[in-house]
Every structure is written in structure tokens, then in C-alpha cells.
Write a protein that binds this ligand. Sequence first.
Ligand code: ASP
Length: 321
Amino acid sequence: MKRLCFAVLFVFAAGTALGQQYPNKTILMLVPYAAGGPTDTVARVVAQSMTKPLGQNVVVENKPSAGGILAPEQVKNSKPDGYTILIHHVGMATTPALYRQLRFNPLTDFDYIGLINDVPMTLIARPTFPAKDFREFLAYVKANKDKVNYANAGIGAASHLCGMLFMSAIQTDLQTIPYKGTGPAMNDLLGGQVDFMCDQTTNTTSQIKSGKVKVYGVTSAKRVPSLPDIPTLQEQGLKGFEVGIWHGLYAPKGTPKPVIDRLVAALQETVKDESVKKRFADLGATTYPPEMATPKALQAHLKAEIDKWTPLIKKAGVYAD
Ligand code: ASP
């Protein structure tokens, strides 16, 4: 009994010491998509803000791949010491249904840190797209379905999910052009090489406000306060059409609890930070309150999102190998 107490005490003391030592070097935050895109934008705001409470730099590293499936695998295989963490969006919940051979399991290969924010999406087109509103857009797309294409960030990306639901809602199949992130896709859209895309407001707000792209609607059930003049797709007749993106922060499975606790505390400081909340609000995103920036809240949300999207994706019959 005495020995057991000693062992428990030892583990507790070691854990506390670890929590006090951590972090003593730069922390890497892996982003599953290209630099300059919406996930990257959110990552950079969060990383910069977490640097202060952690007392060490949090550096964003882009590990882009179509569908964003490489970064989670890399984080899964990283040392669980709190120095490599992952930021990801709804793709953590959709890829298990979309990929037959996914090399990570969102529900068993990670420790959870917490939820960050919710981000709506927008339906946008190249500046020269020949439609002035959603009604014209729909008519043009249907009449020209063999030549209209849309950009996305690969199967499993939010832009893919939105495009898939959109095609199903308008009962029209279109050609998709995959990128390793909607940052590069946006460049091609601005240059007129692709016709349209559905992307997070964190990537589209400034292009919409400066009139550099055409916009046909937001994907949320209600209008977005930072883009009050843009009607929802529901308002314009797409009944029940709603796609929302959320971001969370993850660590490899087996990360010591005192290390996770430090990361959670830093994330909670970040979501309380008025300048972070304002930056996100200006980009159309809603920051979660600190009580949702917790492992429990992220785990529950991820599970609920997997349960929500899996049947819808199975019904749509979309797969990647
Ligand atoms: N917006 C992209 C997506 O479709 C990801 C990105 O480039 O950040 O998921």
C-alpha cells in the first residue's frame, strides 16, 4: 500500500514538474492546407495569440495535401510531447466517411485540446462570371453544366463538402478542380482560370468587400453580421442548405495531461482575447467561449459531427481511395 502511494505520488510529482517545464522550446502547429488560405489564416491568429500565455513561440507549418489528410497523419505519428500540434476543421469529421483508406482515426489517435471557432462559407465566382445574382447563377450553371467548373481543396475539404452538397441541392453535376488549399484556388479564381467555389469567409471576406469576386450567397442559416447584404442560400430558395465549418486543436495520443492542461489554458486565453474575437468577427467567424475550448467539448463536437456527416456522405456516394 505504502509502495503504491509512493508510486502515485511520484507520477503526480513528475507530471507537475513536466507541466512546469513545458514548453521550453518552439511549438509547431501543423496546418493541413496551403499558406494564405482560410485554415492558415485561423492558425496564424491562434498561434500568435497562444505564444503569449505559453511563453514560447507557436510556429505555423503548412503541410498541404488535397483533402488535408497528410497533416493529421503526421501529427498522429509525432512524439506526444506537446511540441507538435494540429489545427483542423470539419474535415476531421468528414474524412473517415470519404476515404476508404485513411491512415488516422480522429476518434482514437489524438488527444483533444479544444474548439476554436465556427466559420460560415460563401458561394463566390470569378469576377467575369456572367451572372449578377443567384437566380442567374443557377440558370447559367444548369444551362452550361458541361463547361462550368468549380475549385475545391480536394475530397475531404470544406470546399469539397460544400460543393458536393450544392451540386446535390441543384441536382447538377459539375467538373471539380482540386487544389491543396483554397488559398491557391482563390488566386486562380481571381485570375479567371476557374469559375466558382464555396469557401470560408475567413478567405473570402476581403475579396468580397473589395469587389474582386462575385458573391451569390452565404451558407449559414442566418446572414453573417460582417456581410449583412449577402443573402443566405436558404433565403434564395435552397431549402435546408446549411454548411458551417468549425476548427479544433489536437495533439498526438499519449500527450501527458499536464502538457495538455497548459495548451488548454493557453487556448482559453486566446478565445477570451478581445483582439482575436474581433479579428475573427471581422472575417465572419464566431469564437467559441472558453468553456468550449476544452478537450471534452471538442471530443463531443467531433463525435456529433461524424454522426451527422457520415450518413449524408454515404448517401451522396462520394469516395476517395
Ligand atoms: N478552405 C479549404 C477547405 O476547403 C481549406 C484551406 O485551404 O484552408 O477546406
